[in-house]
Design a protein around this ligand. Structure first.
Ligand SMILES: Cc1cc2nc3c(=O)[nH]c(=O)nc-3n(C[C@H](O)[C@H](O)[C@H](O)COP(=O)(O)OP(=O)(O)OC[C@H]3O[C@@H](n4cnc5c(N)ncnc54)[C@H](O)[C@@H]3O)c2cc1C
Length: 382
């Protein structure tokens, strides 16, 4: 791999350590997770044993305390081996980020240590059947009844639903105030009234469960609110500013995995009496793939720096990194399939899986149309 900028030594060391775990204990499970649609528990166990399952959790809450760049590198390397498994560290960050940004210390002390230890995972419940890109149009309600909140509604497309112990749930507390009437809560899987839909049958990331979550008169203590009432939508959006960087990293990893595999293949495969890598038509494709990947990586790492430092233009950079890297991953994985010809189209090789897995990175945490809306708004409002 080329490095446009020298990474600090500790980040290089993180990459080497994750890659070793993933080559040995995550990549071997990737095809089976895709084939069976089952959560790759063995990969989770391997990531947990090496402390890569939720690396972003700060040291004061029992975590590894990885900065945003190190966390992105972990997710990138896991995705290079298995995109489904990369949603373990990615969604643990997505689910807990609202707490890190806005929760009371009491809530952080209660819910972050089990995630850091690997005893629990955390999911993020924003989307609903009728509220996707327009997330502020959500209908899930939370009403205060004495000293408990009562939640009713349906969340859709929730990654790791059913496997996760904890859920950040966004719900309307003041319907008249639209996005300023939304609040965030921590809900536990074991809270009475929480149930799950059947796993979605998906194009890719099949080893990552995606299910609906139903809230039927779910009563939770008043102190499970994250921040003040009415601040939930702001917390949801600030969370995505940070975690779009992790989706960009996931896209990078999927694309790197596809490029690495294709590079090996084109040097082995012979047609017309020579390796297909000797044909300039193939070389130009490889050059474009490498160029796009490196451009995506630099944008992603720059965005990770902004996430770590909490800079104001993170909203722009997070959207740009996610949009650019996911578009690049889709192009690179599609070209990688092409480089293997008919073999690329079969399950005998991992590239068709990588191409299917890449597609989701253009859709979730805001579609790439939505990222362009976010970027344009930032450009126009200076
Ligand atoms: C596998 C998977 C996992 C997911 N995980 C989670 C999760 O863990 N938590 C969670 O909360 N959500 C999750 N999501 C939901 C995801 O974020 C949404 O699917 C996404 O935001 C799009 O919403 P939608 O599917 O309702 O599409 P829609 O909003 O209905 O969009 C349909 C199309 O219209 C376009 N569109 C919409 N509005 C505009 C506009 N103003 N201008 C131009 N184009 C527009 C969109 O870009 C898209 O192409 C997940 C989704 C999937 C598929």
């Amino acid at each position: 791999m080329f490095e446009a900028f020298q990474l600090p030594e500790e980040h290089v060391a993180v990459r080497e350590a994750v890659r070793a775990v993933c080559d040995g204990k995550v990549a071997p499970n990737a095809a089976a997770a895709d084939e069976t649609g089952e959560f790759p528990q063995a990969s989770y166990d391997a990531l947990r044993a090496a402390d890569f399952h939720a690396p972003h959790v700060p040291v004061e809450y029992g975590g590894a305390g990885a900065d945003a760049l190190a966390t992105a590198i972990v997710i990138e390397e896991v995705a290079r081996a298995c995109a489904s498994s990369s949603l373990i560290p990615a969604v643990n960050k997505l689910g807990t980020m609202p707490l890190l940004l806005a929760a009371s210390d009491e809530l952080k002390r209660r819910y972050l240590p089990p995630v850091a230890k690997g005893d629990a995972m955390f999911s993020y419940c924003l989307s609903e059947p009728e509220a996707g890109s327009d997330a502020a149009g959500m209908k899930t309600r939370a009403e205060l009844d004495g000293d408990t909140w009562v939640l009713n509604g349906v969340k859709r497309w929730i990654t790791n639903a059913g496997v996760s112990e904890y859920y950040t749930v966004f719900a309307v507390t003041d319907p008249a105030a639209r996005s300023r009437g939304i609040s965030a809560f921590v809900v536990e899987k074991s809270d009475p009234g929480v149930t799950f839909g059947a796993p979605e049958k998906k194009l890719g990331i099949k080893g990552s469960p995606t299910r609906e979550v139903y809230f039927d008169d779910v009563r939770i203590p008043a102190n499970r609110i994250i921040g003040e009432p009415g601040t939930g939508f702001g917390t949801a959006m600030r969370t995505l500013d940070h975690t779009r960087v992790t989706i960009a990293a996931q896209a990078l990893g999927i694309a790197q995995g596809a490029l690495d595999f294709a590079l090996g293949y084109v040097q082995e495969r012979k047609q017309f009496g020579k390796a297909i890598a000797d044909f300039q038509g193939i070389q130009f494709m490889l050059a474009d793939m490498g160029m796009k990947l490196e451009a995506a990586r630099q944008l992603t790492y720059a965005a990770a720096g902004k996430s770590e430092r909490g800079e104001k233009d993170l909203t722009y950079f997070g959207a740009a990194a996610k949009c650019f890297a996911s578009d690049a991953a889709m192009q690179i994985t599609t070209d990688a399939v092409q480089l293997l010809g008919g073999y690329g189209y079969t399950k005998d090789f991992p590239l068709e899986r990588m191409m299917r897995d890449a597609k989701i990175t253009q859709i979730y945490e805001g579609t790439n149309q939505v990222q362009r809306i976010v970027m344009a708004r930032q450009l126009l409002n200076g």
